[in-house]
Design a protein around this ligand. Structure first.
Ligand SMILES: Nc1ncnc2c1ncn2[C@@H]1O[C@H](COP(=O)(O)OP(=O)(O)OP(=O)(O)O)[C@@H](O)[C@H]1O
Ligand SMILES: [Mg+2]
Length: 424
């Protein structure tokens, strides 16, 4: 049976990760994972092209050998403080007696046709609902009778330079770009349940250099923002506070770090190797006293963002915390206190193939990238959209919105492009 092999590539501030998966509608077989430390990004944005290319090449080489595939094109995740998102609305007159696919498409185009400065690029136009002759809350108006159709969309944009530099790194690594996906949109596929996405949930992905915050409700992304803080700041504080190298600070954070001291701590003392090579014994409390305020500060920033743009009131399912920093001992508990919302840690659960290798909060985005692809989605009338003018915005809109015979030619065109990774 023919199947698509899809490759997701997440180039984060601390690691590049690539996942290859054989995908059919509704089912995924993970074939392999490639990982490499990333040193060419700061706060999610490329600052050194050569180092980033090197990280990508190593991750891709590893996934090729573990999955036994040749990687030609990838769906790449993007984040960084340059990302912005806002709402758009657009209305059209219905041409026939009832709403047709083309009317929906025109309404979405009208809603997405907002002024975007030249230095910004639209990444996604996500339909969040339709209004037909003043009646709100319509999710799929096709076939309904009406005169005036209005589309509500959520538009995600990024800085052209940041997007192009990331794509340049992929291209210099010999890869074609199948799609560019805002990282939390991908992560949400891997760590949120359908019920959470429907009832209202905030996804908080705290990585090495960024904190992605995204509100989902009614199955859609309703608001998103990215803060330029992450676990790297905690490591840096430890390095400065204890006068140790960054690698030693990272080791201490992972092996003995915590946001609070346990009353009956099993490890009251820790051994540290200082920059000059001297080994010292230290009260673990000193390490905790460095970590705690930084984590508190990061969570206060998340809280301020929730209050400013997202609104606590929409998050009836609370917060799902993911990204590598969610592994820090006690962090989820502290988040619950500071954000005053229920918090659970979201670990990707990907069944099929060797999906268990992705059961780690650090792989939320890369796991989500292979689940976000159109090959995985069962046909439905209205999809979230990956639209990017760099790759033909209109073609993507059509591909993602309609999976009927109306767009057969478009799907065929897309599949032709992806033939490089089709296998029997
Ligand atoms: N056991 C652990 N305890 C504490 N922190 C950890 C642990 N394991 C990983 N981390 C931290 O997680 C961070 C990396 O997370 P992740 O892999 O999600 O980031 P990234 O995707 O590369 O970066 P970003 O999304 O910010 O661009 C690092 O700061 C690392 O120190
Ligand atoms: Mg990340």
């Amino acid at each position: 049976m023919r199947q698509q092999v899809v490759v997701g590539l997440d180039v984060g501030s601390s690691k590049a990760g690539a996942v290859a998966a054989a995908v059919r509608p509704g089912s995924i077989d993970v074939l392999g994972l490639g990982l490499s430390p990333a040193t060419g990004l700061r706060k999610g944005v490329v600052t050194d092209i050569d180092e980033t290319v090197d990280s990508i090449r190593r991750a891709v080489r590893e996934v090729e050998s573990s999955a036994g595939v040749r990687v030609r094109s990838v769906a790449v995740g993007i984040s960084g403080a340059h990302i912005e998102s806002f709402e758009g609305r657009g209305a059209v007159g219905v041409r026939g007696s009832e709403v047709a696919y083309t009317d929906v498409k025109r309404a979405i185009e009208a809603a997405g046709s907002v002024y975007i400065p030249l230095d910004r690029e639209v990444l996604h136009v996500i339909p969040t609902g339709f209004v037909l002759d003043g009646h709100e809350g319509i999710s799929n108006p096709v076939g309904m009778s009406g005169v005036r159709l209005e589309a509500k969309v959520h538009i995600v944009t990024g800085a052209v330079s940041a997007i192009q530099n990331l794509l340049k790194c992929c291209e210099k690594s010999g890869l074609d770009i199948a799609d560019v996906v805002f990282a939390p949109l991908a992560s949400s596929r891997a760590v949120l349940t359908a019920e959470e996405r429907d009832s209202g949930v905030v996804l908080v992905d705290i990585g090495g250099g960024t904190t992605d915050i995204a509100l989902f409700r009614g199955g859609n992304l309703l608001h998103a923002s990215v803060l330029g803080v992450g676990g790297g700041h905690i490591t840096n504080d430890i390095a400065v506070g204890l006068r140790v190298h960054m690698s030693e600070a990272e080791r201490l954070k992972r092996s003995s770090g915590s946001v609070a001291m346990d009353r009956d701590d099993a490890e009251p003392e820790i051994r540290i190797t200082q920059a000059g090579g001297q080994v010292r014994t230290l009260q673990r409390e000193c390490l905790v006293n460095i970590i705690q305020p930084r984590c508190g500060e990061m969570l206060e920033l998340v809280r301020a963002e929730l209050k400013r743009g997202l609104g606590y009131e929409h998050a009836s399912c609370g917060v799902v915390l993911t990204g590598g920093s969610a592994l820090l001992e006690g962090f989820a508990g502290m988040a619950e206190e500071v954000l005053a919302l229920p918090v659970r840690v979201g670990v990707p659960s990907v069944a099929g193939g060797c999906g268990a290798i992705l059961n780690n909060v650090q792989f939320a985005t890369v796991a989500g990238l292979v689940m976000h692809c159109p090959e995985f989605d069962r046909p439905r009338a209205v999809h979230p959209v990956s639209s990017n003018s760099l790759f033909g915005r209109m073609r993507h809109w059509a591909r993602d919105f309609f999976t009927t015979t109306d767009t057969l030619s478009i799907d065929q065109e897309y599949n032709k492009k992806g033939e490089s990774h089709v296998r029997d």
